[in-house]
Write a protein that binds this ligand. Sequence first.
Ligand SMILES: NC(=O)N[C@@H](CC(=O)O)C(=O)O
Ligand SMILES: [Zn+2]
Ligand SMILES: [Zn+2]
Length: 347
Amino acid sequence: MSTSITIPRPDDWHLHLRDGAMLGAVLPETARHFARAIIMPNLVPPVVTAAQAAAYRDRILAALPEGMQFDPLMTLYLTEQTDPADVAAAHASGLVKAVKLYPAGATTNSASGVTNFDTVRPVLEKMAEIGLPLCVHGEVTDPDVDIFDREAVFIDRVLDPVRRATPGLRVVMEHITTSNGVEYVQANAADLGATITTHHLIINRNHILVGGIKPHYYCLPVAKRESHRLALRAAATSGDARFFLGTDSAPHTDANKEMACGCAGCFTATNTMALLAHVFDEMGALDKLEGFASRNGPGFYRLPVNTATLTLTKSDAPVTFPTKIATDDGPVTVFDPGFPVHWQVQP
Ligand SMILES: NC(=O)N[C@@H](CC(=O)O)C(=O)O
Ligand SMILES: [Zn+2]
Ligand SMILES: [Zn+2]
């Protein structure tokens, strides 16, 4: 038996491309299947100003192989020094599609993020006025809060108060990992959306820890218990337009993952669409993949759905994917779902 589905070309609403040699190696993995992506600004140093975002966009386009089409949607990294006027100008020029909030110290390269949320109030008010979305890494950094509770606590302590203080602010909860995140989105209006990663639909915390520690399954927010994974699967396949794909594909070299203090991030760009087809098929919801990967994100970001298409086919025999991609900085391991996959993107 062979099955196939064709969907509008998908977009990735949360992607790390890095810079330099890593950018050159990972960009084709995304551009092969995705038309656009929201590009995360957590470089070193971070992408803080419109001028830095424009320069980074040029470097991405220069790294795009001949013949590939890809539109990087740029973001600004919110700091306590961010100027509301610079943000508004970057939005008005069409360059910037979102602003990214990292609580200081929450994740990779977040040291320049926000500690005192009152200081960024003028920027958030300007964003609410012009309709520019705020993308949020939703975890508290309080050392007293257990790492598995940090998303749920963030919703209560930070996100809900910020949204109440700034009516009209459009927010994307990035890479939600809990039923708390799902329920918070469901309980609110269409000005609140959430991205869900491929890997959080596939792994729970046992996959990271049982039978030996698996550094390539470690990312932030860390995968939670099985009930949360099931809530994410239900949300992604529900057809609710407020949930959409943001892979959070986050490449780190094997040397930086497989060490005593390994980096957080799963690299899923290479096989994300095949894995999503597997998950949606398993859920009996292949008809919902189009909304999740191709329609709901453009809907939230008020952009047109892509006119080009992508076809996925299912074969009797399992398909294989590269286990690693080579970069000049060293190999990067591709996310291994741990089960046979029969879906693949038609070349
Ligand atoms: N998700 C991760 O585990 N890592 C991301 C940062 C982030 O999205 O939080 C990275 O930049 O490596
Ligand atoms: Zn994050
Ligand atoms: Zn990320």
